[in-house]
Design a protein around this ligand. Structure first.
Ligand code: PMP
Length: 283
């Protein structure tokens, strides 16, 4: 694979960043993951807008233009022959001798992008659905910023696996916040689609926002309110949204089956709608 590092396209085994990079030493970095289908980027402007927001919230400099970012994405997609997969982008505050304190103005941000080829549309998760377990949400208070501090989500996924599940939903103050790397939704017995409102406790998912737009247009708007894991276990259906999974059916929560242990009809309809609509807008 060819990867992008600070202005250069290089073979992945020749790509390097400094051991003093603050992303490496302090987790002082932000990232985005954009899906590619048919060689085109899904929801790209929204991912770029969120990257700006993350940089702003952390007082990080932004040294690349949106046009350049798009050009880099496209160059990597082309060089690596990505038909279906993702582009990962990471931006850190930069490299400087290790110190908790920093002077952002003296730092040049590190920018790294690479691609991963993998099927996204026809996947096992889409067909069989995923099993979820609940875990406490022990992350910091600014989960609305997309930082590379992903140790807790990573350990959460490992715990889910050790409990025979595919992923975990996190619970704070008695309500579900989100999945380890996705937003959490339920479909009530009455057919309403529910997800918790945005706050510093969750990431403002790009897929979440797009799905809400599409569902409002088609007449089943998403209700934004908090829900407990008990309500989720008793829901008609549940699903997750993320840039790389799109709409992923949830078929069990803490061992309790939903929609007969199969992806539910509302979820599958939303998945189809999301893929169709976002492909129309892909660039
Ligand atoms: N929440 C968390 C914690 C995530 O890591 C992600 C994926 N980056 C999401 C939600 C979903 O966001 P998006 O739809 O923008 O991928």
């Amino acid at each position: 694979r060819t990867v992008y590092v600070n202005g250069a396209y290089v073979p992945e085994n020749e790509a390097t960043v400094s051991v003093f990079d603050r992303g490496f030493l302090f987790g002082d970095g932000i990232y985005e993951v954009a899906a590619v289908v048919g060689g085109k980027l899904i929801d790209f402007p929204a991912h770029t807008a969120r990257l700006h927001r993350s940089a702003n919230e952390l007082g990080m400099r932004f040294t690349v233009s949106d046009e350049e970012l798009l050009a880099i994405h496209r160059e990597l997609i082309s060089r690596n022959g990505v038909d279906e997969g993702v582009v990962y982008l990471q931006m850190t505050r930069g490299a400087i001798d290790r110190d908790f304190m920093f002077d952002t103005e003296k730092l040049t941000p590190t920018l790294v992008l690479f691609t991963q080829n993998r099927p996204l549309v026809d996947t096992g998760v889409a067909k069989a659905g995923m099993k979820i377990v609940s875990i406490p949400d022990l992350r910091w208070g600014r989960c609305d910023i997309k930082t590379v501090q992903l140790l807790y989500p990573s350990l959460g996924k490992m715990e889910a696996k050790s409990r025979g599940a595919d992923d975990a939903w996190m619970v704070r103050d008695g309500v579900v916040t989100e999945g380890t790397s996705n937003n959490a939704f339920i479909v009530t017995q009455e057919g309403a689609i529910v997800t918790r409102p945005l706050s510093p406790s969750i990431l403002p998912g790009i897929t979440r926002a797009a799905l809400m737009d599409y569902s409002a247009v088609s007449g089943t708007p998403v209700e934004e309110r908090e829900f407990t894991i008990e309500e989720a276990r008793n829901a008609a259906e549940a699903f997750i949204t993320s840039a790389s999974v799109f709409v992923g059916p949830v078929v069990s929560i803490d061992g309790v089956e939903l929609s007969g242990g199969k992806p539910g009809p509302v979820t599958l309809g939303l998945r189809k709608q999301y893929i169709e609509e976002s492909l129309k807008r892909a660039i």
